[in-house]
Design a protein. Structure first.
Length: 118
């Protein structure tokens, strides 16, 4: 099983980006998918979660600006980021709780860099 994150880049404050995270491999089911981010010198923080039951949660810092969504048929998750701020600058990682043939547990993507300039 692999998670591939993409969509990062550089934008000015107030701009938008859309991140994608695709899970591939011998997957039986995905129970939840999450976006984390880690800014320079800071701990990794949970940004948004979507579960297979459709439950969605956001951190207070992104609520109202970011939207998480998923495509179950494609095992893909998205993060639409609007009204970006310089403090959103970070490496964004996708994470998924996956039931797979070989291993059931948490999987991580490689991270994609988002840079927001003022």
């Amino acid at each position: 099983v692999q998670l591939q994150a993409s969509g990062g880049g550089s934008v000015q404050a107030g701009g938008s980006l859309r991140l994608s995270c695709a899970a591939t491999g011998s997957i039986l089911s995905i129970n939840a998918m999450r976006w984390y981010r880690q800014a320079p010198g800071k701990q990794r923080e949970l940004v948004a979660t979507i579960t297979s039951a459709g439950s969605i949660n956001y951190s207070d810092s992104v609520k109202g600006r970011f939207t998480i969504s998923g495509d179950g048929a494609k095992n893909t998750m998205y993060l639409q980021m609007n009204s970006l701020k310089p403090e959103d600058t970070a490496v964004y990682y996708c994470n998924a709780a996956i039931v797979a043939y070989l291993r059931t547990g948490d999987y991580w993507g490689q991270g994609t860099l988002v840079t927001v300039s003022s």
